[in-house]
Structure formats: structure tokens, C-alpha cells
Design a protein around this ligand. Structure first.
Ligand code: ZN
Length: 438
């Protein structure tokens, strides 16, 4: 077996493979070693999903990652890993919600676990809690990730793993790197420290500069079926199967969102408010109030998300600077804290902007999906609908497929305007007026 789909040819991966780490050039030893001796995977029953349990419908990816984790363990044990199984840099791609960061996290756990990613041991728990000493978790909070931050990260990533296995850098939303940041990152990926593994996540491989992309092993996640997502919600979270399936359909394969819709009444409530727009947007006055309601709903949701994060971060910073203590050097430390607090607040502000924009965008996508369903009903297509058919029927009957297409275009146009610093309310008003016109 020579590689799964998505594996680049062996020579293309040369800068990033583990050839430098091969056990001593003693052909005698490695020849005696069966090529397929991952050691670890044999100890683990094939049926036990372990750390990969949250990846419904991603069989190909899970097999690829298991093979790599087994190869990494083989290497640490001084055996020759299966050819092509390993890489120093990985790129996890897939549409939002397909679980690229979940897959990367599971792979990090599998690399750091002495048991192939059992999901039970202290190491696995620490990876999922984000507290493992050998896991550097990077989650850009603003709209971009700068060169200074990246240089700091590259320095930290060059260290030796404290647990004796690997130093794993998990970089979510790596596509937010600025061009200079990408260049700083490239150097680290071209010449990785022997025990460092880079896991980058981005919506698609094209979102990263070609120089980085070509040095990564690409892992491509697919959108799981609603049935696969519902099964996870039912089995793991104990959600009633009908409710799980409705939430999975509404979330279009986005497992985290499906879980929130099934469990969090306010998330379901906000979705219901978004979906009230099509029925409201009928003439000028109601269309404008629908726009105001849509923007307000998105802002409320964004506020709920950021407030939950902001205060604990400020608290942690105050503790780190020992606020309230007395003694020599305290005044100096306090001045240091003021600067750090200002940095933190700037980052939080930038995150709030991003969350607000993402939340409104999510609402617009839901609206577009509603009209996609309307269109499917209008043309009689046999596809799975994200919304209950009863909600769609009246709108489908009172308009034409052409009008529905125009409405979808108006929503997509609004999505294009928002990143251009157009006032959200103005852009959304323009959209709801187009919806009203049909
Ligand atoms: Zn484990």
C-alpha cells in the first residue's frame, strides 16, 4: 500500500518527511524489522475509535491519521515506520464544521499518547483540555495573525518535547497568517526541529501560500451526512434521535453547531428568528425591521460568545502579575501589567469584531440555505432539506424559481459587502429590500 488519496508523491514530501530521524543507518536492524510493525495499533482494538470518535463520516482521514500515529510510535520505538505514513507538517482542510480542528486535535492526541490515542489516559485528556505541555495550540483571535506572533511561535516550536514524544503545534485558521507571517512559518516548516510536528488548519489548501502548502501532507475532510452527525449526537450526548436528526440537517453537517442547536435553547431561538425573515420581508417597512432584527440577533449572539471569554482572560492576566501583592518591584510589575492589559484588550476588541462578523455571516448562510430549500421544493428536486418542508411550502408556492435565485444572490451579495467595512445594518437592509422585491 503506497499512500491514500491526498498523499503527495514520496519525493515531493522530502523536505517534510522524517528521513533525518530514521533509526541509525544500520540496514541490518531495519531489514529484520517487519515493515508493517506499528506496534501500537496492534494493542488497540480496531473497533475502538479512541480519540477519533468525534469524526463521523471521515473514515478515509481517520485511517490515514491512525497509520501516521502508528508510524510515529514505531519510529520512537526505534522501528522503521511504514513508508509515506509520516510527515513533519500536515494541513487539515475541509469546509467549516467538517471538523478540521477536531481531526487535528485527535491526531495531536494520538501522537502524544503512549497508547496510540486511547482517549482515556492523562495525556489524551490534557490534549483535549488544551493543557498538554507538548501541545502548542494557536487560535488566531483577530482577523489576521502577524509576523511577530509567528516568530515567537517558531521559537517555541523549536523546543524539545518534555514528554519524550513529540512537540505538536496545532495552528487553527492558519489562513489568517499575513504574508510576512507565512514566510516566517515557512522557514520553520522547511527545517523543522526533529521532534516537532506542525498541524495547520485551513478551509482549503488554496487558502495557504503554495510554498507552505507544498511542504504539508494534506488531509481533506468531507462534510459528513446528517445521519452520521445525528448518530454521534444520539450516542454520545444522549439526544433524542428525531431531535438529533433535525439539528444535524439544520446544521448541514456542522457537528458543533448541530449539538448547540439540539442542546442550547437560545441558539435554537436565534436560528428561529433568522428564519422568520423570509416571511417578514414582504414590503418596505417590515423588510427594514427584519434587517434591524437580524443585525441585533447576530450582535447579541456575538456578545454572549465574547463576554464568556473576555473576563476570565483579564482575570488570568491579573493573577499572572500578582495583583494585590506588596513588596519590592511591585510598582514596576504593575506598570508592566498595564501594558499587557492594553495588549489583551486590543486583542479582545479585534476578536469581538471577528465574532460579530462571523455570527452575522452564519445567519446569512442560514437564510441562503432556507432559500436553497425553497428552490429545491419549487423545482421538485429530490434532496435532503435543511429546513422542515412545512415552513418552505408557502414561500415556494408564492414565488418562482427565478425569484428565489435572485433572493439567494442578494444574500450572497450582502455577504460579500460585510468584509468591506460597509455598515452591517445598511448592507442587510439592502438585502431584505431585495428579498421583499423578489
Ligand atoms: Zn491516551
Amino acid at each position: 500500500m503506497t499512500g491514500l488519496p491526498g498523499d503527495p508523491p514520496a519525493q515531493a514530501a522530502a523536505p517534510a518527511d522524517f528521513s533525518r530521524d530514521q533509526p541509525a543507518q544500520d540496514p541490518g536492524v531495519s531489514r529484520d524489522q517487519p515493515a508493517q510493525d506499528p506496534g501500537v495499533s496492534r494493542d488497540q482494538p480496531a473497533q475502538d475509535p479512541g480519540v477519533f470518535r468525534d469524526l463521523p463520516g471521515q473514515g478515509v482521514v481517520v485511517a490515514q491519521l491512525r497509520r501516521a500515529a502508528a508510524g510515529a510510535s514505531a519510529l520512537l520505538a526505534g522501528h522503521r515506520p511504514e513508508p509515506g505514513a509520516l510527515a513533519h507538517a500536515w494541513l487539515f482542510t475541509g469546509p467549516p464544521g467538517s471538523g478540521r480542528s477536531v481531526a487535528a486535535r485527535a491526531f495531536a492526541a494520538a501522537l502524544l499518547c503512549g497508547n496510540g490515542g486511547c482517549g482515556q489516559c492523562a495525556s489524551c485528556h490534557q490534549v483535549f483540555a488544551g493543557t498538554h505541555a507538548d501541545l502548542l495550540l494557536i487560535r488566531p483571535e483577530g482577523l489576521s495573525y502577524g509576523v511577530k506572533q509567528t516568530r515567537d511561535l517558531v521559537l517555541r516550536a523549536a523546543g524539545k518535547p518534555t514528554g519524550g514524544r513529540w512537540q505538536v503545534v496545532l495552528f487553527e485558521d492558519a489562513d489568517r497568517c499575513t504574508e510576512q507571517a507565512a514566510n516566517a512559518l515557512l522557514k520553520a516548516i522547511e527545517e523543522p526541529a526533529p521532534r516537532t510536528v506542525w498541524l495547520l488548519c485551513a478551509p482549503s489548501a488554496e487558502d495557504l501560500v503554495p510554498t507552505i502548502r507544498s511542504r504539508c501532507r494534506v488531509v481533506t475532510l468531507v462534510v459528513p451526512s446528517s445521519a452520521a452527525v445525528a448518530e454521534v449526537l444520539t450516542e454520545r450526548d444522549g439526544i433524542d434521535p428525531d431531535r438529533a436528526l433535525a439539528a444535524a440537517r439544520a446544521a448541514q453537517g456542522h457537528i458543533g453547531r448541530a449539538r448547540r442547536l439540539a442542546l442550547d435553547a437560545s441558539a435554537a431561538q436565534r436560528r428561529a428568528e433568522v428564519l422568520r425573515v423570509p416571511a417578514q420581508a414582504t414590503s418596505l417597512g417590515p423588510a427594514l425591521s427584519a434587517a434591524a432584527a437580524l443585525v441585533r440577533t447576530a450582535e447579541e449572539e456575538a456578545k454572549a460568545v465574547t463576554e464568556e471569554l473576555d473576563e476570565p482572560e483579564r482575570e488570568a492576566l491579573r493573577r499572572a502579575f500578582g495583583e494585590g501583592s506588596t513588596g519590592k518591584g511591585v510598582a514596576k510589575a504593575m506598570r508592566g501589567m498595564a501594558g499587557a492589559m492594553k495588549d489583551l484588550e486590543d486583542r479582545q476588541k479585534s476578536r469581538a469584531t471577528r465574532v460579530k462578523r462571523d455570527t452575522l455571516d452564519q445567519a446569512l448562510l442560514e437564510l441562503a440555505l432556507f432559500y436553497r430549500d425553497v428552490l429545491m421544493v419549487q423545482v421538485g428536486a429530490d434532496v435532503e432539506l435543511a429546513n422542515p418542508e412545512s415552513d418552505l411550502r408557502q414561500i415556494a408556492a408564492s414565488s418562482t424559481p427565478e425569484a428565489t435565485l435572485r433572493r439567494i444572490q442578494a444574500i450572497m451579495h450582502c455577504r460579500d459587502l460585510l468584509p468591506l467595512n460597509v455598515a452591517p445594518l445598511l448592507a442587510v437592509e439592502e438585502m431584505t429590500l431585495s428579498l421583499a422585491q423578489g
